[in-house]
Ligand binder design. Structure first.
Ligand SMILES: [Zn+2]
Length: 436
């Protein structure tokens, strides 16, 4: 088996110079008041023995828009020749990071001048992502890649457990309800001298331990920081799994946030010290979009009603859509959902557009094997992506498309079926073609 890969890393500090509004919660009423921990964009470039390339880009942001993802890809296409399929772009969904352009547009009570600052910040982040990807590509050196799995158990299915009950249930040793994915997938890149170049790891849980007014990476920020301190010379990069319906519980204290970061880092170190699988030097990449139709699209009357009686978010949503209709614009009837598959040797890794619920990762493990990795926060932040089960059950993650600015109440009922057809399509394009 040929295990000769090349890899390179780079990073950029994306902590804003000015006090921007923080993303992810609709209830904040003022901008950030300081920085507890810098937020980062990081890149891991890979090249297999056949010269096939890919770059993983992670950010500690809540999520980028489709426009931002497209601009990063275009900058990278021009500077490096990398294609969309070769760029695995993901954000942690951290709720203590700055608001970015065209994402959750009706969610925050911001005026035009504030949005101008957001747009300036976002454009700079897009450039930084392209810069670090280029730097990672040009710093590639010989490495070996290994894959393994650790464990961390702080993610709780938030649909099936009342947040207030969780501490008592945990203390009593009562099993918590609902599906979870407690695996900690790990990819390592080691230099020729045996030292670690990169630790790329995931976990299926919302980074919503904290809800304050300081910039911070939440539990993934502390996990990455701890791993980089323990493994000098290594870059730790985090991706969020299918955690659309998973919360770190209990939460809302710095002590818990640091503890969850430490537990996740310990899960990574357990994987590192456990049975790691060498990955043959063959990289395959594929990307498709599948159209996901909307259901419950509002007409002018529904929007006028929502504009009068809805929540503040719903009023902003209704006013913006009514203005679009007044300009003669047709509202979109579907979303081009992004889906990616990478195969590194025998390691399969899916990237689903954000924010997919845990059922998608569990289905991928059932169908493609227990070592299959599924990122539920790849590419742009779109909306909750329910499975058929969650769609049938309804509730917060079953709909709420309006909160993300989409012109509908929820996805059509075949959302999982359509995504799964796309998963099979990308998987077929990364199937093994040689006996490596
Ligand atoms: Zn979320």
């Amino acid at each position: 088996m040929n295990t000769s890969w090349k890899a390179g890393t780079a990073r950029a500090n994306i902590t804003p110079a000015e006090p921007l509004w923080l993303a992810g919660y609709g209830g904040r009423d003022r901008p950030a008041e300081g920085t507890l921990q810098p937020v980062w964009a990081k890149a891991l470039a890979l090249e297999d023995a056949g010269g096939r390339r890919g770059v993983v880009l992670t950010t500690d942001l809540c999520g980028l828009s489709r426009g931002s993802c497209d601009r990063v890809r275009e900058l990278l296409r021009r500077s490096t020749g990398l294609t969309t399929a070769e760029i695995f772009l993901t954000s942690t969904h951290n709720h203590c990071s700055p608001v970015t352009s065209d994402s959750l547009v009706d969610y925050y009570p911001l005026d035009g001048a504030v949005w101008d600052g957001v747009h300036r910040y976002t454009r700079r982040v897009e450039e930084q992502l392209a810069e670090i990807a280029g730097a990672a590509v040009s710093s590639c050196e010989p490495v070996t890649l290994h894959a393994g799995t650790g464990h961390a158990d702080f993610a709780v299915n938030r649909r099936n457990n009342r947040e207030a009950d969780v501490p008592d249930l945990r203390a009593a040793g009562t099993p918590l309800a609902g599906p979870v994915d407690h695996r900690v997938p790990l990819l390592t890149a080691r230099r020729r001298n045996g030292s670690l170049l990169a630790l790329l790891f995931g976990y299926a849980c919302h980074p919503t331990t904290l809800s304050f007014y300081q910039i911070c990476g939440d539990y993934p920020g502390f996990a990455q920081e701890a791993l980089e301190a323990r493994h000098p010379g290594a870059t730790a990069l985090f991706w969020t799994g299918c955690g659309g319906d998973q919360n770190p519980l209990p939460r809302r204290s710095m002590e818990l946030c640091r503890a969850y970061g430490a537990r996740l880092a310990a899960g990574v170190d357990d994987a590192l010290n456990g049975a790691l699988r060498p990955l043959a030097s063959e990289l395959r990449t594929a990307f498709v979009t599948v159209p996901l139709p909307f259901e419950g699209m509002p007409g002018r009357t529904e929007l006028q009603d929502a504009g009068e009686t809805g929540s503040a978010i719903r009023k902003r949503w209704a006013a913006r859509l009514l203005a679009r209709l007044a300009r003669g614009e047709a509202l979109e009837t579907e979303y081009p959902y992004p889906l990616q598959a990478w195969r590194l040797g025998d390691q399969l890794w899916f990237g689903l557009g954000a924010e997919a619920v845990v059922d998608y990762a569990l289905r991928a493990q059932r169908e493609f094997g227990p070592d299959t990795w599924t990122c539920g926060y790849a590419h742009e932040l779109i909306a909750y992506i329910p499975s058929r089960r969650v769609w049938d059950e309804g509730g917060y993650e079953g709909g709420n498309l309006y909160e993300y600015g989409l012109p509908a109440e929820r996805w059509s009922g075949d959302v999982e079926e359509r995504i799964w057809a796309g998963v099979h399509a990308v998987t077929a394009r990364v199937e093994r073609t040689s006996g490596v």
